[in-house]
Design a protein around this ligand. Structure first.
Ligand code: GCU
Length: 608
């Protein structure tokens, strides 16, 4: 049947591109970098006095911005001088880290906070380029160095960087960052989410120095068409990028290839690579891959594997695989608030491994790079998701540009990670022609920049021919995705756990099916009858009944129950039970495993 491609040619030319960032530097952890993590001074600015004058005109629009603008980091120049702010005398806060869980009076704060960091910097080589790189900052971020605007980034979960080569001084640089985490109707995500709106510079921030001609970007993967070939591209940037020789060296495979860049500093390649040990969940082999130019060498650890579908089978390295998964929100099980460290990632993925998982759904937005690189090492497959969540403004062109930009930043950052197999376009979005076009355009964009991975989304489902006991997926976007996914809450939002006995699914599309969410809330330590809502027994019973029910879906390729750990959400206010937490975790917010954890673990341990 011909695909109904919902492509509405959306002319964005008039949309002022708020989203044109500088090209992203990838693999910054293996580059020459200097961390700016640590204590930063900050000023809470709910009226944005540091950005607008009293006529509400942005200070930065004038050629000589007023010294009242916070990004000028002004100091009084005499005893009578009037400056009504002082970063150095203001409180300080840790970066990376959300402000909500660091300062009690900022727990619910949604607004603007200014950060300031002073630092000295000596370049390793005068001809080098220098950038400031943010792992993420939620949600709108304006960045200034030494009083000059570097740029603006919109989106709370993806990296961005600005070049500072010509603004940098040896001594007393001051980096001022304005972060505004107010939710916006035209935002991505929009106003309503079921997670906490953590604000701030929530991930690592660093100075990255590159050579004069540097490796901007690269994509090195197993050829999807030939498992004995490695293919990809390298993009140079900087002063001298044409006809440059680049070496790609993989010592263990005794590979030492050379390519030449074109006039744009770009080189595509594909070469034979025999004796590869394919990356897999049982044997997550990562190869040291060196990219050498005549000015610099960049190493990455890359796994080579293939991921495909064949009818309703999901194939890893041409073998069927069942995804024994769990959903995860990016919350620190150690310090509360946004997770951002290797320790956070290790704790979360170790719990997933204890559960018997070979797969995780990093919901509902891009998580930090640490957890993805750790998944590579631990042999855990990953679903990554763009925060196109619930009621997005489908007809708003700048909303689409925002979603597309965030997706580009995610794919650019993680396209060399073997563990990442699925890019998810959205979660539980109401069907309409504009939503179908929005998501289809995003899927087309994704396939343009990365044709090696699979596309999915938590789709809408309905009753088959009106029968409430037979569910089906009639979401138009099902024709576009590679993997069908849906969230279902039979036994929690839809009836009681007994209902599972009578429900089945009739999936008409010949594609693999992943159930992206199911689950129930339980207050850890609240024991009682399995029919009493919020008891651990109720959650345990729901898992027992659901696992029997979903096993009846013949093309089931896996699932990611909702969710590994209880998480903070402003929607969950039931006293003594929720107290601000969504309680569907299999592990409580204090790290105690609930009874349902062992039901799922037993299922996975016995799943062939
Ligand atoms: C939805 C949604 C989740 C939410 C969950 C719940 O399916 O995707 O973000 O937390 O249900 O209601 O707990």
């Amino acid at each position: 049947m011909g695909k109904n491609i919902f492509v509405i040619l959306i002319n964005f030319s008039f949309v002022v591109s708020l989203f044109s960032q500088e090209k992203l530097l990838i693999n910054t952890y293996n580059r020459q970098n200097t961390s700016l993590n640590g204590m930063w001074n900050y000023i809470v600015d709910p009226y944005e006095n540091g950005f607008y004058n009293y006529r509400y005109e942005p200070f930065e629009n004038s050629i000589n911005p007023s010294r009242s603008a916070f990004f000028m980091n002004s100091k009084p120049i005499s005893k009578s001088d009037l400056i009504e702010y002082d970063f150095n005398k203001s409180d300080s806060i840790n970066v990376p880290g959300d402000w909500n869980t660091q300062k009690e009076n900022l727990y619910y704060y949604e607004g603007t906070i200014w950060y300031k960091k002073s630092f000295n910097y000596s370049k390793k080589k005068s001809s080098n380029h220098v950038f400031v790189y943010f792992g993420a900052s939620n949600y709108e971020t304006d960045v200034y160095l030494n009083g000059k605007k570097l740029g603006k980034h919109i989106g709370g979960f993806t990296p961005f960087n600005f070049e500072i080569t010509n603004l940098l001084k040896e001594k007393e640089n001051f980096l001022v960052v304005k972060v505004d985490n107010k939710r916006k109707p035209d935002g991505v995500p929009t106003l309503n989410t079921d997670w906490w709106n953590y604000g701030g510079i929530t991930r690592d921030i660093k100075i990255v120095e590159t050579s004069q001609t540097f490796i901007q970007d690269y994509f090195i993967q197993l050829s999807p068409k030939n498992k004995h070939k490695i293919k990809g591209y390298i993009q140079l940037n900087g002063n001298n990028i044409e006809n440059q020789s680049i070496k790609i060296v993989i010592p263990i495979l005794k590979l030492n290839e050379e390519v030449l860049t074109n006039n744009n500093g770009f080189a595509k390649f594909e070469f034979e690579a025999n004796d590869i040990t394919y990356w897999s969940t049982d044997n997550p082999v990562l190869y040291n891959v060196k990219i050498k130019t005549n000015e610099e060498e960049l190493t990455d650890q890359i796994g080579f594997r293939s991921i495909k579908t064949k009818g309703n089978l999901l194939l890893l390295n041409d073998k069927p695989i069942f995804l024994k998964g769990i959903s995860i929100h990016e919350e620190s099980p150690i310090n509360k608030g946004r997770a951002n460290s290797i320790e956070d990632a290790l704790r979360l993925l170790t719990w997933a491994k204890e559960l018997g998982c070979n797969y995780v759904r990093l919901a509902h937005y891009p998580h930090n790079e640490h957890i993805v690189r750790l998944a590579d090492k631990m042999g855990i497959l990953v679903w990554e998701e763009n925060p196109v969540y619930w009621t997005i403004q489908w007809d708003n062109k700048s909303t689409y540009e925002n979603a597309k930009n965030q997706l580009h930043e995610l794919i650019n950052r993680d396209k060399n990670r073997a563990s990442v197999i699925i890019w998810s376009m959205a979660n539980e979005t109401p069907t309409s022609s504009s939503r179908n076009a929005f998501l289809t355009n995003l899927a087309n964009e994704t396939r343009k920049i990365d044709s090696t991975r699979l596309i999915s989304a938590a789709l809408e489902q309905s009753n088959f021919e009106g029968n409430p006991n037979i569910k089906t997926i009639d979401d138009p976007f099902a024709e576009i995705v590679d993997i069908l996914s849906f969230n279902q809450y039979i036994g929690w939002y839809d009836g009681l756990p007994e209902k599972c006995k009578n429900v089945s699914w009739k999936i008409t599309q010949n594609k693999p099916v992943i159930i992206s969410e199911f689950g129930a809330g339980a207050k850890q330590g609240f024991f009682g009858d399995k029919n009493v809502r919020w008891t651990e027994e109720y959650q345990e019973f729901l898992y027992q009944e659901t696992l029997k029910m979903v096993n009846r879906i013949e093309q089931l390729a896996g699932f990611t129950p909702w969710i590994l750990v209880d998480f903070l959400s402003p929607r969950r206010v039931l006293p003594n039970i929720q107290n601000g937490y969504n309680r569907k975790g299999l592990i409580s917010d204090s790290g105690i495993k609930k009874k349902a954890f062992f039901v799922l673990k037993n299922f996975y341990d016995n799943k062939k």
